[in-house]
Design a protein around this ligand. Structure first.
Ligand SMILES: C[S@@+](CC[C@H](N)C(=O)[O-])C[C@H]1O[C@@H](n2cnc3c(N)ncnc32)[C@H](O)[C@@H]1O
Length: 283
């Protein structure tokens, strides 16, 4: 199976039934995922890692909000990093878990800024390998590790994390309630999750309800201004630089990126604001 098959399936599902099963989560972001299998993300992460053009386009789309050393595969901007610092309230040597860490940039940057120890979780083998290779550029040996696992089953012990972060990941999870239960389980009492999401659809349970069901309190919800404009600019740049991307990241990854761009343009879910949430385990 090619990644393109999956992405094409995703776009079709979006048009056929935007509230259907696993597709609901990806479609609900207002973006169409580059793929829904770990192998699709492997291809995307390797593409970003090895493509100066891809990183340049990201930087151009984000402008002076681009945290260059982080090299996010997401909307992780200076604004997001600043909010995460303020929201996490970690003590030195606290344990930070990055859920859906990708190539590790946001978690590594935060771990260095907060003198925290980092565990990154991702189901993409390429992501965890590339993240580990980048760790020495941010933190001392032994201060960061990366594990291949899913959001809903991290394999981490109960009450392990003093804080958790998840940038542009939760909306893609097949079962967000299960992920929030897992977050509650791994957080210490008093610990917080900072996560980027999109507002829930009208008529469905909101984030405060989902959080409460999992035993978490929605401490704050802030509109992520500029998020949708950033993606619109990035998608246009991908389309403009298709030939260059094909040369640097290959046809399969480029096809996925272009499908994401085309599918997202028609998504009705962009009407719901992108949010940055802080969820608190109070007991
Ligand atoms: C949009 S990327 C964001 C990566 C990173 N947070 C960043 O800001 O650069 C989403 C990441 O979530 C991971 N992911 C998606 N669904 C997952 C799941 N169910 N379990 C674990 N990782 C998942 C993907 O492999 C990918 O690395």
């Amino acid at each position: 199976m090619g990644a393109g098959d999956h992405v094409a399936g995703l776009v079709d599902a979006m048009h056929a039934d935007p509230h259907n099963g696993v597709m609901t989560e990806a479609v609900a972001t207002g973006r169409v995922a580059v793929g829904i299998e770990p192998e699709d993300y492997d291809r995307a992460h390797s593409g970003l890692h090895h493509s100066p053009l891809m990183r340049e386009l990201w930087a151009r789309a984000m402008g002076d909000e681009y945290p260059s050393q982080v090299e996010p595969f997401s909307s992780c901007s200076w604004w997001v990093l600043g909010r995460a610092v303020a929201g996490l309230r970690l003590r030195p040597d606290g344990v930070l878990v990055d859920l859906g860490c990708g190539r590790g940039g946001p978690g590594l940057w935060l771990a260095r800024a907060l003198s925290a120890r980092l565990v990154g979780i991702d189901f993409s083998a390429a992501a965890v390998e590339l993240a580990a290779s980048r760790a020495p550029g941010f933190v001392a040996p032994g201060r960061a590790e990366f594990r291949r696992a899913t959001l809903a089953d991290t394999g981490l012990p109960d009450r392990y994390a003093d804080g958790a972060v998840s940038i542009d990941v939760l909306p893609f999870a097949p079962d967000r309630r299960a992920v929030l239960r897992e977050v509650r389980r791994i957080l210490v009492p008093g610990g917080r999750l900072v996560a980027t999401v999109r507002e829930r659809p009208a008529g469905e349970d909101g984030w405060a309800v989902l959080a409460a069901e999992a035993g978490l309190e929605l401490e704050s919800s802030t509109v992520h201004v500029g998020h949708d404009d950033f993606w619109t600019r990035l998608y246009a740049l991908w389309e403009e630089h298709e030939a260059g991307l094909r040369a640097e990241v290959g046809d399969a990854a480029t096809d996925n990126f272009l499908r994401e761009a085309a599918g997202s343009r028609t998504s009705p879910h962009r009407e719901r604001p992108p949010l940055l949430l802080v969820l608190h385990r109070t007991d």
